[in-house]
Design a protein around this ligand. Structure first.
Ligand code: ZN
Length: 466
């Protein structure tokens, strides 16, 4: 729900008048209490609309249709349109009216207006009386001199860095008077930023570091034809925690190994399958745009899941799968980088030398240090839920259920009848939990209330211990 209330960039809560203008809330009536609740609890401070980082929303999920300038307007004609310009060279934004466009030169003449206050909610502007931006020759142009006597400050802008300002009222009267537009300065800027960033990213991916915060991946040479991937998993044993590793090797057409990589993975949601999927994801993330690649794996489960989760249209069911974040990341990488991927099965214990090599690379990585970066650093999925900063990569319902079970067990362990007997280490709680969870009817999800679960156990214990 929050996604509908935040700015297009996903970082600010929109104000009520903007939400009204966008038709997200009703046009009449007072501001409801739920909105005040969000304002009081979700924002980083009283004076700003910046959300707490916890509530930031990826901009691909916000409701933002860009406000574009009318491209049917003829060049050289005077046709003012409210616009916002983001100058990438100076990193400044300006509001005003694009008066005359020159599409072939990718430029336009824009008049300069200034918000009457520095508040982010400001929507009222005065024409700039003249500032450092002003190019006097522009206001002496015949079309402007004839048709535009309400503004004094004119400057040149790059058309591809300029978008429309969402507003219904656009009429400027000849007098030197302020105008109040339909949406706030912060909404218009956020919308422009998201639109221009997206169009810049899709136009030239090489320009993206300016906006990207992810560490740039290694890029394999174009002569790479195939990848061998493998994962390795040691389940937890006695005092040793579980350990997951992944490895890939990249080969050219002649079977020459051009590059290889292996990594010790952080042990969240550990499984053999996860280490295998991770190996494919890490291999794919080393590829640059428009690659065609064959990936060899000895894990038939990865291949069958690939057929079901990657090469089919997106379905919400995917979110119920374990490791869905890895699968989503793979889908996103393939789409973003326009990759063509073939998955090929190799026999697990055959004599394929490359598979043996990938396997031993993965096995050796168990001795490496665990990565110090957060597990989310490898995530390319457009949206992720986290719990204590760990991405939740299992079915969210199962996850919530195990949290509820853990809480129920905790209240069970701390019951007075046990604490009276002595130190908690007297009991094998893991064993008790295992036995109880085998009994149907004791699982917390049968009845959402953990108290009920404990009540049942208490009855059982009273029957067993006279
Ligand atoms: Zn100015």
């Amino acid at each position: 729900m929050l996604a509908q209330l935040v700015s297009p960039c996903g970082r600010y809560l929109m104000n009520w008048p903007d939400l009204r203008y966008l038709g997200i809330v009703g046009r009449k009536g007072r501001i409801p209490t739920w909105f005040n609740f969000i304002e009081n609890n979700f924002l980083s401070s009283f004076s700003s609309s910046l959300l707490l980082p916890l509530y930031f929303i990826n901009s691909s999920f916000t409701l933002a249709s860009p406000c574009l300038l009318d491209h049917t307007v003829k060049d050289y004609h005077f046709y003012p349109q409210w616009a916002i310009n983001l100058d990438s060279a100076t990193q400044t934004s300006s509001v005003g009216r694009v008066c005359i466009t020159y599409k072939k030169q990718n430029s336009a003449i824009m008049s300069h207006w200034l918000p009457v206050s520095t508040s982010a909610d400001e929507r009222t502007y005065n024409p700039c009386p003249g500032c450092a931006l002003n190019i006097p020759a522009l206001s002496r142009k015949f079309a402007i001199k004839q048709r535009c006597n309400s503004e004094k400050c004119f400057f040149n802008v790059i058309l591809s860095e300029t978008v429309g300002y969402p507003t219904r009222n656009a009429k400027v009267f000849a007098a030197y008077l302020p105008i109040t537009l339909s949406t706030s300065w912060s909404y218009a800027t956020s919308l422009a930023l998201v639109h221009l960033t997206n169009s810049l990213l899709s136009a030239s991916p090489s320009l993206s570091p300016f906006f990207k915060d992810r560490i740039e991946d290694d890029v394999l040479p174009p002569s790479v034809q195939s990848l061998y991937t493998d994962g390795s998993f040691h389940p937890a044993k006695e005092s040793l925690p579980s350990s997951m590793t992944s490895a890939w090797i990249a080969l050219d057409n002649d079977g020459l190994i051009l590059e290889s990589s292996s990594m010790h993975l952080s042990s969240c949601f550990p499984s053999a399958l996860r280490s295998e999927i991770f190996a494919v994801l890490l291999g794919l993330s080393a590829l640059s745009h428009d690659f065609s690649i064959s990936i060899y794996t000895d894990c038939s489960q990865v291949i069958s899941l690939w057929t079901r989760l990657v090469i089919t249209p997106f379905s919400l069911k995917l979110l119920q799968e374990p490791n869905h974040l890895l699968w989503l990341s793979i889908r996103q990488l393939i789409m973003d980088r326009n990759l063509k991927v073939d998955l090929i099965k190799v026999p697990a214990h055959g004599d394929d030398i490359y598979n043996i090599q990938a396997d031993s690379l993965a096995k050796d990585a168990h001795s490496f240090l665990q990565p110090t970066v957060l597990p989310s650093a490898f995530c390319y999925a457009p949206c992720l839920l986290t719990f204590n900063s760990l991405p939740i990569d299992v079915n969210i319902h199962h996850f919530l259920r195990s949290i509820a079970d853990a809480r129920a067990l905790l209240s069970f362990c701390s019951m007075a009848r046990f604490t009276a007997l002595g130190s908690p280490s007297l009991f094998d709680w893991a064993g008790i939990y295992f036995c109880l969870s085998q009994i149907k009817g004791f699982a917390s999800h049968k009845n959402g209330r953990p108290e009920f679960w404990i009540f049942c156990i208490k009855l059982l214990l009273d029957m067993c211990l006279p």
